[in-house]
Design a protein around this ligand. Structure first.
Ligand code: PMP
Length: 428
């Protein structure tokens, strides 16, 4: 067991001043036991704690660090931008460059509005869809997480699921009475729901590849039916690509599956590790936003020059290099190695992966929706997490989160991870 004395002491201090000691719930290690470590610094695929321990990192700041931590190109871009001022509250050229870059990368996006988090992006996209359609109801799917928006915090994934609050307290029933929740990948239920509410469904929002209750893959028929039903019923199809955007491919999940949503939400990677969000899509819908249209949305720090500079640097790197092929290769090696290690230790696992997003469920059954994800043995996961940490590998501290691989991870890092997992599987 590593020495984490300094982290333990600082966490006691944090508990005095910060609810639960953390500024976002999953950072607390409650689902896996113990307390979080505090980060001193991070570089490439590694994260270093204040006690001097070093870990290979598969949290990657929950997705943004696709190029690894402290990538020099991003750091220099932020430095350069900061020297000219940190925020202006009036347009800056980087905002236009960012908007153009997103539109060029994701053809369904004709116009885009920047904001400061994934939560803001989904909240604004829902409001916009309601304003555009003049309808009330929205459909979301069990286990999908779209940030902590009132109307979307129903059967939600991520920390809400991990801590047993997929339906949060503090949200009046009136705020969620228009939220219809369906199981992911269930075409029949989807059709039934459209039949029942067809003239009042403003939007359907989904993670095209859900990564907030572990990772599971969409059935193509499900996505196609969704697109078809939305087109026929005048419902706005919203892909929440906050996690998958620029991660699964440069054009996101939508380019892989060949489905064009009406609106797309972004976050994480497009900020290069700084706070960011964005939503964009069809021109006629986006032009409903203030100041051109009647749907209000705003932000003091939206289009912040530091976030734009960091994000643009990240996008340029991703566009130039063969990152996605490399990530697929690493992902494939990791998946195969983990499967072999589990089999030789006679531990039942189901590993779902898309590119550089991966989840190890402690279950012998396939997982393609929340109900199946819930079948995973979370006690085993908790032991696995802690054994991995002891062996110098940091994976997300919850069964219901995705591992993220970065382009800074090397094949040797992946081999080290597989060796650590072999030891861990044998002990759980
Ligand atoms: N949508 C998805 C798919 C996400 O994964 C997240 C965050 N993990 C969000 C929305 C919310 O983003 P943020 O935490 O930046 O508010």
């Amino acid at each position: 067991m590593q020495n984490r004395t300094k982290s333990e002491a600082l966490f006691s201090e944090a508990l005095k001043y910060i609810p639960g000691g953390v500024n976002s719930p999953v950072r607390a290690f409650r689902a896996v036991g113990g307390n979080p470590f505090f980060v001193w610094k991070a570089a490439g695929p590694r994260i270093y704690d204040i006690d001097g321990n070093e870990y290979i990192d598969y949290v990657c700041t929950w997705g943004p660090a696709i190029l690894g931590h402290a990538n020099p190109v991003i750091i220099n871009a932020v430095r350069e931008a900061a020297a000219n001022g940190t925020s202006f509250g009036i347009p800056n050229p980087l905002e236009v460059e960012m908007a153009k870059s997103i539109c060029e990368a994701v053809p369904s996006v004709k116009k885009v509005r920047m904001c400061n988090s994934g939560t803001e992006a989904t909240m604004s996209a829902i409001r916009l869809a309601r304003g555009f359609t003049k309808r009330n109801k929205i459909i979301k799917f069990e286990g999908c997480y779209h940030g902590h928006v009132d109307s979307l915090l129903v059967s939600a994934g991520s920390g809400a699921l991990t801590f047993g609050t997929p339906d949060s307290e503090g949200i009046p029933h009136d705020f969620i009475k228009h939220t219809l929740v369906l199981p992911f990948n269930d075409v029949v239920m989807l059709k039934d729901c459209f039949n029942e509410y067809k003239n009042d469904i403003a939007a359907v929002i989904l993670e095209p590849v859900p990564g907030n209750s572990g990772v599971y893959l969409p059935k193509l028929e499900f996505l196609k039916t969704l697109k078809d039903l939305c087109s026929k019923n005048g419902t706005v199809l919203i892909f929440d690509e906050v996690m998958t955007g620029f991660r699964l491919s440069f054009g996101g999940a939508q380019s892989i599956y060949g489905i064009e949503p009406d609106l797309t939400c972004f976050g994480k990677i497009i900020g290069g590790g700084l706070p960011v969000g964005a939503f964009g899509g069809r021109k006629d819908i986006m032009d409903m936003l203030a100041p051109t249209g009647p749907v209000y949305q705003a932000g003091t720090l939206s289009g912040n020059p530091l976030a734009m500079a960091a994000g643009l640097a990240a996008l340029k790197e991703l566009k130039m290099s063969n990152t996605y092929e490399y990530l697929e290769m690493l992902g494939q090696t990791l998946e195969t190695g983990l499967k072999k290690a589990a089999a030789s230790a006679k531990v039942d696992v189901t590993i779902n992966r898309k590119g550089s997003m991966l989840c190890v469920y402690f279950s012998s059954q396939p997982v393609s929706n929340l109900k199946e994800a819930m079948g995973s043995d979370r006690t085993k996961f908790a032991r696995f997490f802690n054994l991995m940490l002891e062996n110098g590998v940091f994976i997300p501290p919850s069964q219901f989160e995705s591992w993220f691989i970065s382009s800074a991870h090397t094949p040797e890092d992946v081999e080290t991870t597989i060796t650590a997992a072999s030891k861990a599987f044998k002990k759980i």
